[in-house]
Structure formats: structure tokens, C-alpha cells
Design a protein around this ligand. Structure first.
Ligand code: NAD
Ligand code: AKB
Length: 337
């Protein structure tokens, strides 16, 4: 076993796959957890794969035997799926996260080393009151617009607070002062775009759906208006951000939750870029009210200056580079197979 033992929940998801591959290349010992079984290839990168629910005590007991250093807690129900069954979203997103915070605490206490818990929060944690405020607002800082509209956004916002509580407040007032066993760090991700996977259940999905449909010569009806604008990021930058925040010395961090961003195109800008690469692409706009309202409640731009300052964050891929250097070559090769 290497001296870096990590748990990845939601390892079979979009971020999970690239994170698993990257951590495996860095020789980490990986315990993967997901509701769905991993491919043979991804399984081969892991010490153990646990197919199960993050809310299940038996799953937690299985993991607890390891001396874990880091937990990448990715498993969640995303924004559009969350609105279809808000109670289920709450259970998985909040109770599941509590389970892993408590697990981190117990392992940290047993080993005497704080367990780092890396948590992908989201721009859905923001709630911009209306479109005219959205259109005139400055890039949102972490403490702006703190009343999210969706169950998913509310769950993420609350989990950010739970993580801070387990790191900085839990049992701090007890005579034994048993604090310091959890080191929670969160990133508020924008919409993510992968060349290899098509997302399901999110609301930022229109960007990757547009691209992947064009690459497969399929028409695509975009579910938001052409002017809809939120921040996005290429998947390799998302994994770079998670690993960058994990590697930062605690003493350099001035907060436990950081914005990270890359570019903020409108849906029309994305359609233009896609059409310039795939001239035969047939993209139409057929806004769906609920998903449009969700996008309208997320900021057009976020301010990630604190992440840049504290742990030297910067994305490698601009809007143009995301398409020219990452998406287009990989997507063409992927669908040519
Ligand atoms: P995804 O939907 O591709 O992956 C989530 C994985 O979690 C899936 O493989 C799913 O099977 C698993 N899962 C769901 N419920 C589970 C449960 N109860 N027990 C065990 N596994 C369960 O999502 P993703 O895009 O990889 O996102 C990962 C994390 O990043 C999520 O927490 C999400 O909120 C966050 N995030 C994603 C984006 C994005 O655009 N992809 C943006 C911001 C934040
Ligand atoms: C979603 O759309 O729900 C996610 C996110 C931005 O958190 N992709």
C-alpha cells in the first residue's frame, strides 16, 4: 500500500473517473464507492470497490478498517434530478455527507491524523433573486446570494457549513478538546464539461449535451434560452482544482469553501463554437421553464480570486482552449472508435 490512502465516493461518475485515473497514476491506494459497479478497467485501479449506498452503515463499516488520509466525497443527486425527488436528494446529499464527516472524525481520532475531506460544492449554492440582478451583478464572491433555490443547492450550502462545523467546532467545547480530526475543504464548481462522458441529472448539462450530440451527428434542442449564462470549466481543470486544494497547506487557507471558475459563455456562444467545429450541427433552442429558472438563479460569473491567492489556483483551459485542445480532439477520437 502507498502512504496515500483515499476514498472516492461517486467514483463511477463524471468527475470520479478522471479523479480515479489521476490518483491511481499518482500511486494512491484507492477505495472506491458507488451505487453502480465500476468498469473492469476502473476496478483494476482500486484496492477495493464497494458497490453500495453512502447512506448504508455497512458501507461505512467496510471503509472504516482502512487508515484513510483523504476522502473525495463526490456522490450526490444533482440539481435537475433533485427537483424530481427532493426528499431523496436531501437524504443522499445531506445524510450521506454526515456519514462521511463522522467517518472522517472517527478515523482521524483513531490514527491521530486529521482526515482531509474534499467536497465538490457548486454554483447551485448561490441563489440570485432575479434576472435583472443577475445581469447587473459583479462576479459573485463566496458570501454573496446565500439563498439557493433548489434542494441540491440548499443541500450543498448546508454541507459546506457541516464540514466547517466538523473541522472547526465539533467537540471543541468538550473537556477533551477532541477537535482537529477533520480537515474539510470545498470547491464551488461551475458546470463541468468532459470529452468522455455525457452528464445526467444536472442543469448545466446543456453545454456538454450540445457538444456530444453534434459530435454524434444528432440534432439537439437546448433546454435554456440563447442568452442563458453560467460559468463552466473543462473536466481536467476540475480534477486539478480538487488535487490542488487537497495539497495546499492548511496554514495557507483563509476559508474552507472556495469558488473556482474558468469561462462564462452564453448558450448561444457555446452553440456558435460547436457549429464552427461541427458545421452540420443542428442546434435549436426550446427552453424548459423549470430548468431555465434554475440557470437564471445561478450567477453568470463567480470571483475565484481567493483561491488564486491562497493556493495558487488557475485553470489551464480557456473557453477556446477547452474546445480546441481538449474537447474536439478527444471527442472526435472517442466517437470514431
Ligand atoms: P455524476 O452524477 O456523474 O456522479 C455521481 C456518482 O454518484 C454516480 O456514479 C452515482 O451512481 C453515485 N451516487 C449517487 N448516489 C449515490 C449513493 N447514494 N451512494 C453511492 N453512490 C451514489 O456526478 P459528477 O458530475 O461526477 O459530480 C460529482 C460531484 O461533483 C457531485 O457531488 C456534484 O454535485 C459535484 N459537481 C458536479 C458538477 C458538474 O458539472 N458535473 C458541478 C458542480 C459540482
Ligand atoms: C448541476 O447542473 O446540477 C451540476 C452543478 C453545476 O452543480 N452540474
Amino acid at each position: 500500500m502507498s502512504n496515500r490512502t483515499v476514498v472516492i465516493t461517486g467514483a463511477n461518475g463524471e468527475i470520479g473517473h478522471l479523479l480515479l485515473e489521476t490518483l491511481s497514476a499518482a500511486k494512491a491506494t484507492i477505495i472506491a464507492v458507488d451505487l453502480t459497479p465500476l468498469s473492469e478497467y476502473h476496478t483494476s485501479l482500486c484496492e477495493e470497490v464497494i458497490v453500495g449506498d453512502i447512506c448504508d452503515d455497512e458501507v461505512i463499516r467496510d471503509i472504516e478498517k482502512y487508515d484513510i488520509n483523504e476522502i473525495f466525497h463526490l456522490a450526490a443527486i444533482l440539481s435537475t434530478s433533485g427537483e424530481k425527488n427532493p426528499e431523496r436528494a436531501h437524504h443522499i446529499n445531506v445524510d450521506g455527507t454526515m456519514n462521511f464527516l463522522q467517518l472522517a472524525y472517527r478515523i482521524g481520532k483513531r490514527t491521530g491524523n486529521a482526515v482531509k475531506m474534499l467536497f465538490p460544492s457548486t454554483i447551485a449554492a448561490y441563489g440570485v433573486p432575479n434576472l435583472s440582478i443577475k445581469n447587473s451583478a459583479k462576479p459573485a464572491k463566496e458570501l454573496d446570494f446565500t439563498s439557493p433555490f433548489t434542494m441540491y443547492g440548499i443541500n450543498k450550502m448546508y454541507n459546506e457549513q457541516l464540514g466547517r462545523y466538523y473541522s472547526d467546532c465539533y467537540k471543541r467545547l468538550s473537556p477533551t478538546k477532541e477537535s482537529g480530526f477533520v480537515d474539510f475543504r470545498a470547491l464551488r464548481f461551475p458546470g463541468l464539461i468532459s470529452a468522455f462522458t455525457i452528464p445526467t441529472g444536472g442543469t448545466s448539462d446543456y453545454a456538454p449535451e450540445m457538444i456530444h450530440n453534434a459530435a454524434q451527428h444528432k440534432p439537439y434542442a437546448c433546454f435554456v434560452r440563447p442568452d442563458a449564462t453560467i460559468p463552466f470549466m473543462a473536466m481536467p481543470d476540475a480534477v486539478k482544482a480538487l488535487l490542488g486544494l487537497a495539497a495546499a497547506p492548511l496554514s495557507a487557507l483563509t476559508q474552507r469553501v472556495y469558488n473556482v471558475t474558468s469561462f462564462s459563455p452564453s448558450a448561444a456562444n457555446i452553440a456558435e463554437m460547436v457549429t464552427s467545429e461541427f458545421p452540420e450541427a443542428l442546434i435549436t433552442f426550446e427552453p424548459q421553464q423549470q430548468r431555465q429558472e434554475i440557470i437564471d438563479s445561478w450567477p453568470a460569473e463567480v470571483d475565484d480570486s481567493q483561491a488564486r491567492k491562497d493556493w495558487n489556483w488557475h485553470p489551464d483551459f480557456s473557453f477556446t482552449a477547452t474546445f480546441k485542445d481538449y474537447l474536439i480532439p478527444n471527442i472526435r477520437a472517442h466517437y470514431a472508435k
